[in-house]
Design a protein around this ligand. Structure first.
Ligand code: ARG
Length: 499
């Protein structure tokens, strides 16, 4: 009895140690002296691509556009290297000050945002426009009543659309994470009008000329907006340095140069035949390497999360199983039961977001956050798999071990667990395969896994077909290979069963 208590205290100790390591990694944060940037000497900038010509995925697979060029010039003047992180627009404001130093994303200065962040001096004037299908005659707010509207989640266009919906209950609003998806739905007739900023609206109109058109916001009575750089609240030093840099850029002609390069030039490529689409989705600027990197990231996260899952999951299973041995609930079985309930009772995406924005909010390493979130999630499922595996081992095994003089813990460790793990192997491999696919949501924490890459490339080429089908094929092939290997493994194990 004493050794078994000791055995379980070890389990608790390991559990606590793992948690401490995770939490301290999360809390680790380096800070530079002067501007207190998140990474010393580097200005980490949040943006949200899919908003040409201000920000889009460039030919080399990295964010490009007016805002990107602009903030790089600003960074140069602050003596900081600029690192751009692409994320959902709706996540930008919350990320300023923890995941990123500043955000630049054609972001309008609004009173509501000012509660959460400070803004630099404005650098661009904008107004909301309405994008409609060619030939549509929507020219006033009244025409929008009863229509299906689209906006990007969390934008000022979203607010205007909300007002229209409030005024007319027949009107429907669909919100999108990125504009190219909304434009796609507009062309497909799934929505009737998109409310978005003037210059991007005109850019989309040019890209899909003949299919959609941009209607001026004046006709709808929309007001002028100003774009500015968002910074953490109270960052006075940084903000005066940025304002000075902006003023310098305007005075020395740099501002006009990038305006001409990005805003007055027409961006956006679009290919038509399927061969062209294939070339631009895979070959142009070595895009194939983006899929490869995405796949590697996907595998890396799945692999390490699976490790975390197995270790913690086994501990949870052993904790849970104390109930069977005592015949009633124990503290350990209760803790483990509650943990499993909570994890299984909440969506994985939410767990990931909670990890990213709340629990590990000071960690800017998305991979680490993803591994912890997916690992902790997987642990709950692994625990149930292993528990079933343990229960499936004949109880005679435990009795036999005990009567040979082994303690309960020793019998568990040397006799029961090895058999249980073998029983659990096939479902564990299945768990790994689901993990591989579930990681497709890491785009939420600004990582470019295979799914995100496919999405990025489809918004860079404005042609979703090849990148999305291509990514599906890549997942399928990888998972098929894994399943085949799993089959081989299972047959091997069965061969050693002398029955
Ligand atoms: N100007 C609008 C706003 O601040 C839309 C900005 C959208 N930007 C983007 N990068 N998607 O709400």
């Amino acid at each position: 009895m004493k050794t078994s208590t000791r055995f379980f205290s070890w389990i608790m100790v390991c559990f606590i140690a793992v948690s401490i390591v995770c939490l301290s990694l999360a809390g680790y944060e380096a800070r530079a002296a002067e501007f207190k940037t998140i990474e010393p000497g580097v200005l980490t900038v949040g943006t949200s691509t899919g908003f040409p010509p201000f920000e889009y995925i460039g030919d080399d697979g990295n964010p490009d556009g007016f805002d990107v060029a602009f903030i790089k010039e600003v960074g140069k003047r602050l003596g900081l290297k600029v690192k751009v992180q692409d994320m959902e627009f709706n996540a930008l404001v919350a990320s300023v000050g923890n995941k990123t130093d500043v955000a630049i994303a054609g972001m309008t200065v609004t009173d509501e945002r000012k509660q959460a962040v400070d803004f630099s001096d404005p650098y661009y004037d904008a107004v909301q426009y309405v994008l409609v299908r060619k030939g549509s005659n929507m020219r006033s707010i009244n025409d929008l009543h009863g229509a299906t509207l689209a906006a990007q989640l969390g934008t000022t266009g979203n607010l205007l659309a909300d007002d229209i919906v409030k005024a007319n209950s027949q009107t429907v609003l669909k919100t999108y994470d990125r504009f190219p998806e909304a434009v796609n739905d507009l062309k497909a007739g799934r929505v009737d009008a998109i409310i978005l900023d003037k210059t991007p609206a005109q850019t989309f109109e040019r890209i899909y000329s003949g299919e959609i058109e941009a209607v001026s916001g004046d006709e709808f009575g929309f007001e002028v907006e100003k774009y500015a750089v968002a910074m953490p609240k109270g960052s006075n030093q940084l903000s005066s340095a940025i304002n000075k840099a902006i003023a310098d850029l305007k005075n020395d002609g740099t501002y006009d140069r990038i305006i001409n390069e990005y805003i007055n030039a027409d961006g956006g490529e679009r290919s038509n035949t399927i061969v062209d689409q294939f070339v631009s989705a895979f070959i142009t600027s070595n895009r194939w390497s983006m899929y490869l990197n995405g796949l590697l990231l996907t595998m890396q996260i799945a692999f390490f999360a699976a490790l975390v899952g197995i270790v913690i999951g086994t501990l949870l299973a052993l904790m849970r199983i104390t109930k069977n041995h005592k015949g009633k609930n124990t503290i350990l079985s209760l803790i483990s039961g509650i943990y499993i309930d909570i994890i299984r009772g909440t969506p994985l995406v939410l767990q990931l977001l909670i990890m990213w924005f709340i629990i590990m909010k000071n960690s800017k390493d998305g991979v680490l956050v993803a591994v912890v979130a997916f690992g902790l999630n997987s642990a709950a499922y692994v625990a149930e798999i292993i528990r079933a595996g343990i229960l499936a081992v004949d109880s005679g095994q435990m009795e036999a071990g005990r009567s040979m003089g082994f303690t309960r813990a020793q019998t568990m460790r040397y006799i029961v667990l090895p058999q249980a793990l073998k029983n659990s192997l096939p479902p564990l491999c299945n768990e790994f395969i689901s993990l591989l696919k579930e990681t497709a949501i890491v785009g939420y924490v600004a990582l470019s896994d295979l799914t995100r890459v496919a999405n990025q490339i489809s918004s860079a080429t404005y042609q979703p077909f090849v990148p999305l089908i291509g990514a599906a094929v890549i997942y399928f092939v990888v998972i098929k290979i894994l399943t085949l290997l799993l089959g081989v493994l299972e047959r091997r194990l069965r061969r050693s069963d002398i029955r």
